[in-house]
Design a protein around this ligand. Sequence first.
Ligand code: UVW
Length: 320
Amino acid sequence: MAEAPSMRELLGEDPPKNWGKWGDDDEVGSLNYLDAEQVLRGVGSVRTGQVFTLQCPMGHPHGDPVFPGREGIKREMVWDQELFESGQGPSFPGGIRASDDKAEIFLQGSSQYDALGHAWYDDTLWNGRSADTTNGGGMSWASILPIAQRGVVGRGVLIDMARHRGKDWLDKGETFTHDDLQEAAAAQGVEIRSRDILCVRTGFLKYFFSVSHDEFYENFIEPGLTYSRELVEWFQSTEIPNLVTDTIANEVTAEPETGVLLPLHASLLRNLGVSLAEIIWLDDLADACAADGRWDFLYTAAPLKIHEATGAPVNPVVIR
Ligand code: UVW
């Protein structure tokens, strides 16, 4: 394959952008679409009171699904019974004892939200701020904190692309478009409406937990949405606030025609301010939706509040 074009060459000189739409100081982007009316629309899609938590457990015995180069959580006990029995534990009045532990984690190494400033090109982040704001030990612009403080609540809709294509999981590198999403939605009997939180299941996390790491990471290229200007325009005109997937990076890892890596991070996250939620466990929710044919629900999520972080773990809660 010829050398990949630059992101600017792929996306064009005048790509769709939402910069300035909510003011120059805005750090939550398209989540602004989720106003009180959208919260009530989400609440209105609750029927049976079933609750689903969508985080992939951290520290799973099979290992944690992470983007190559990252590692899953490393957790260790600080206090345990052995420590107290050896006399090295702290002594508390009344003799109470407690277990305690600590962890080293990649903040993007589990179910998580990306900060809007997490990915960029041309040295410029969301809303036109300099990429220099990522220097100095933390993100002084568009970190995860404003998204964590705001929260994400609205009508969620789940499109099960794997089920639609009759597969347990999509193949490595398998792509789909916004037209495919709408076709799958129609087959499921649901409509993707303006300002919906768009959840897309590929089955790829199920694949992770079904095979060895060697198989999963060999020729690593996730399935997912693939870039086109029309797709970006559709996200913009449909006012999608948040894309939620059961993949590590929300999109086909490399654009098939050019090899450009993660162009939807550039065009949706950086340019439109669409929040990205990754590594989200959608299988149990999908089974429930398929069982009674209802594919919409109340979606709620808030990543952890971490100052200046590039992203943060999350355990979204869905009520249907
Ligand atoms: C990268 O940063 C490579 O991806 P993600 O947004 O999936 O964490």
